[in-house]
Design a protein around this ligand. Sequence first.
Ligand code: GLY
Length: 575
Amino acid sequence: MPADSILKHVVVFCLVLSVALTSARAEPGYSSKSTAESVSFRNGMVVSEEQIATLVGLSVLKEGGNAVDAAVAVGFALAVTHPRAGNLGGGGFMLVHLGETGRTVAIDYREKAPLKATRNMFLDENGEVDMERARHSVYSSGVPGTAAGLSLALEKYGTMPLEKVLAPAIRLAEEGFAVTPELRKSLLGAKGRMKKSSESTEVFFKNNGEPPREGEILRQKNLAWSLKEISKNGSGAFYRGAIAKKITAYMKKEGGLITERDLASYEALIREPVTGNYRGYSIHSMPPPSSGGVHLIQMLNILERYPLSRYGHNSARYIHILSETMKLAYADRSKYLGDPDFSPVPTEHLISKQYAKRLANRINPQKATPSRYVKPGSPVPVGGTDTTHFTVADRFGNVVSNTYTLNFAYGSGLAVPGTGILLNNEMDDFSAKPGVPNAYGLIGGEKNSIGPGKRMLSSMTPTIVFKDEKLFLATGSPGGSRIITSVLQVILNVIDHKMSIREATAAPRIHHQWLPDTLYVERKAEKDLEAGLRKKGYEVKRTGPMGSTQSVARISGLFYGATDPRHPGGLAQGY
Ligand code: GLY
């Protein structure tokens, strides 16, 4: 199968895009009132935050590739067309369900702290966290994992050669694509940070200092070079070859920490997913070093003890139980979660039904418990952002649920000269100092302190839900600390509130993360919610959109997709 035929499909698909979008893309603005289910498809489905990338994945499926081939192609394409989060210079997590064996595996390609990283590297002379150094400097980057993770997924579970799945991304980088309003807007937002880097400035800004206008063609020649290197030489090009040389030369020049040894020793890992049961549905999600799966299952276990459907979606009573549950989970996150390769995480206890029962007993059914009184529990007996998610399902029963990131939009804003590769600022996901929140307001503990070669704790929650061992729902989201609660609410909306996947995606969300002691409610939620919630003791803060879930549901053998209308530009498309 020539790689060119995949490209032809993408071109043809772009031409029919306007037709496709009327059926399956997100409507601008969102409303929980919509009752229409998206159009269903029999053979496969791709959902991502960026339309061209979705079409690249769909072409791979139509060429006979499986969900993993398509997901890897989407992952590389997003590095070109959705540069604020799609990446080569970041990392992430991929859940793969294999139709043939019924097995689900978790691929961990999270960034790692460089070997020269030290526990207090982000503290200034007064012992305070230097936010600029932690978030926007050459020290902000962990050793990237994306090239290793996508290659490992393809090698183990795909059917196509790397060269073929990379071809669309290379062509998009080389020949360019029309800038969307979303891309321009995000570049304007990150301009200040990106201007510190000559490579970022050259690639993403014109001579007049402005990002390209909507409709102008963005070409990324250096990124095309990097992608071609990976196409020719595999991910070794990134970790030991020509790209590695450019990364380490940049680090040496700027005084950064990433060395040849860091890159050469980086490995993506295959881990066992964390699993649970919720009202007869089987939940598979990401284990540590993401906190996502553990706390998703922990919260579902607590919530299973309440008749949520009777409370009614987003009623004050419902939001109260959800918020108290979220507080308990995020309090535990601050103490027990970190890289399991460095110190043990009590996953089994945190996701046990017994522990959930004990935690549920701590919830006052009438009143909010102030967060200062909510301490992490004892699971052991006595004892912004910008990330992106995509989901792919094929007719062979394979499913991929993948979340990856640079951390902030465009990461640190710095790019490696000559490569077009933006660098993550994931080091800020470590706890730079106990008790001091990171960019998402998350407090971390000893387990998530900085250590050489250690993976920083994440909230990414790529998840697959099965009913009777068959795919029921696959989902995930960007959103920093809000990822876990966004995924939670999509699952609750579908299972408890019987919403279609589109309704479940669009329905207004809430979020509580223990600290700060604030209940965030999306502006779109019912106007009169506050009074009831304040009476229960909540400090309620209205907020803009939270999360951007990209989901595939399967009902009676048919695929339904939903891209999150909170962020226009995505596409759910099947065939
Ligand atoms: N960088 C956001 C996360 O991994 O949770």
